[in-house]
Structures are given as C-alpha cells and as structure tokens.
Design a protein around this ligand. Sequence first.
Ligand SMILES: NC(=O)c1ccc[n+]([C@@H]2O[C@H](COP(=O)([O-])OP(=O)(O)OC[C@H]3O[C@@H](n4cnc5c(N)ncnc54)[C@H](O)[C@@H]3O)[C@@H](O)[C@H]2O)c1
Length: 337
Amino acid sequence: MVKVGIIGAGRIGKVHTKSICNLVKNAEIKTIADPFMNEETDKWAHSMGVANTTKDYKEILADPEIDAVLICSSTNTHSPISIEAIKAGKHVFCEKPIDHDVAKIKEVMDALKDSDVKYQVGFNRRFDHNFEAVKNAVTAGQIGDPHIIKVTSRDPEPPSAEYVKVSGGIFLDMTIHDFDMVRFLAGCDATEVYVQSAVLVDPSIGEAGDVDTAVITLQMENGAIAVIDNSRKAAYGYDQRAEVFGSKGMVATVNDTQSSAVISTAEGVTGEKPLYFFLERYMDSFAKEMNCFIDAIENNTDTPLGVEDGLKPVIMGLAAKKSVEEHRPVKISEIQL
Ligand SMILES: NC(=O)c1ccc[n+]([C@@H]2O[C@H](COP(=O)([O-])OP(=O)(O)OC[C@H]3O[C@@H](n4cnc5c(N)ncnc54)[C@H](O)[C@@H]3O)[C@@H](O)[C@H]2O)c1
C-alpha cells in the first residue's frame, strides 16, 4: 500500500483525493495540506477517510510514513515543492505545469538526477478513453503515416481576468494540455509554432494581456502538421476532440455526452450537449493517471509521463506566446533550452 500526502485542497486536489479514495487500488491518503485548511475542508477530508489535515505541507514531507506526494497547489509552488519533495525522498505526482520558467523546470530535473524517486506530470488527457483510442489506431499503423493532426479544445466558460494574470495565460494554462496531446498523437516533438489569435470572448482578458481565441499550427519532427484551435468559451459546452489524418486513413473522436440519445421530430433532430467541463469529462482519466503513478511506485517502473514531458509543452507554450508577440512562426530552438 502506497501512503500518499496531498498538497493543495482546491479543485484538482479534491479530484485526486476522490480518485484515490474511490478508484485507485493500493494507495491510501494519510494527510492533506493546504494553508487555507478550514473546518469545511477538514470535515470533507475526514468524510473521505483521510486521517490528517494540516496547514503546512512540510509536515507531509517530514512524515517518514508517507511515500508519495501529489502537488495540487497553485502553479507558482509546483517547482519549489517538487524539489523539496524529491530531496525528502518522496515520489512526486505534480500537476501541470511544473513551472512557467524553463530554468526552474531544469532545477527539478537536476534534483531528480541524484535521486531514485518517481516523478509524474498531470497530463491526464493521455489517459482519456477517446484519445487513447486515437493513439492506439495511430500506433497500430491503421491510418498509415500521420500527415495532419487536429485538436479542438474549447472551454465552456472563460476564467476571470484575475486568474489569467497569474495562470501564465491561455498557452501555459489551457493549450498546454493540447501541446501535450499533439506530442502524444504524433509520437514526436514540434519544431516550429505559429499562432493567429484574438480577443473575441471577453475584453477584460485582452486588458489583462492575454488572448481568448487562438489557432496554432505546429510543424512536427516527423513531418506531420498539427493544428490546435482554442476558445475560452464554447456556447454549447466543453468541446474536446482530436483527429489524425494519415496516408491510409483517418481516426477521429466526437465529444462525450450524458447519453447518445438523438431526438428526431418534425422540428428537427437534436442530441445532448457535450459534458460540461473537465470535472465531468475527465474523471476517468484522472483516476487512470493516478493508477499508473501508484503502479510505477509499486513495481519500480518508469512513470508514463516524466519531467521531460512536463518541460516540452511549456517550451511550446513559450514559443506560442512569442509567436503572438512577434506575429511570426517561432522555432522551438529559439526558446532557451
Ligand atoms: N490536470 C488538469 O486538468 C488540471 C485541472 C485543474 C487544475 N490543474 C492545475 O492544478 C493546480 C491547482 O489548480 P486548482 O484549479 O485546483 O486551483 P485551486 O485554486 O482550486 O486550488 C489550489 C489550492 O492550493 C492551495 N495552496 C496554495 N499554496 C499552497 C501550499 N504552499 N501548500 C499547500 N496548498 C497550497 C490553495 O490554498 C488552494 O486551495 C494548478 O497548477 C492548475 O494548473 C490541473
């Protein structure tokens, strides 16, 4: 049984707590830490069967009974807490992104060099049943050589301008998942990024220095071209689809819905909207990624997504930002490695 400490009891900390308590074998949460731990969260943690709560994550790092930590706190804490946890000999599952700064991710890489702890980054969409099926078809050669990869990723609601100011902006907070998806489906890295973008959803996002609508084209190392389209607001809900077109055919997904019922009447034909947002759409993938992390610890195998997989999408995000600022294609090699 792997004993776990959770650092950060916000949205994603609660998701991983629920997964471990209900869906992950061979893991048990001993302690949850959050500086804003209050009576309500404490009660909730105990109702989930968690033994301890604390305001100080250092208690988790100092606990010899705890084998692994999940870093689910605000993004600016990910790289420093990763390094502290690695030094304390704890296996680390770190939510995305590890950091906005390449140099700080390199510090995490350096800390990992002298240790044998497992490190996994939270790109959960790789574990989604739809995207896994697309990947499997590509890997099995069913569509031949990939030529065009298309990822559609649109949120149902924009975040606040306040959030955008600290999140690193659309490319480091939202598109980062799509950059990972493109790497996953292509099976290789990107060499160049070009972005067309606009503020069409919420002017306050523009005033905060970000964009809310973007089409990103990427040249992949294997010759394929990838296209990601993002919007911070799709009126019909969370739009999450992928397609790979290749020399022998194409594989594509549709959105998950509550049911597949289609109602046909004299007025028209209607179906259900996509599941609302990531908490509805991706719960299975969160549990699956966690099972993989725990398995890697138990069986002493590599995690499916290591620190390099955390670094590459950040570099792609920084290239995308530069492309917007300078309105030109940006080579990945231009971003300091
Ligand atoms: N993989 C995904 O799909 C996904 C989804 C949501 C969020 N995230 C990532 O997870 C992270 C958290 O996002 P969220 O939506 O849960 O945010 P949130 O604001 O709901 O929760 C963050 C929590 O971390 C706590 N915290 C801050 N500093 C801390 C510290 N030093 N020690 C312990 N706790 C601390 C805060 O008090 C807060 O409760 C972000 O980096 C985000 O990018 C990933």
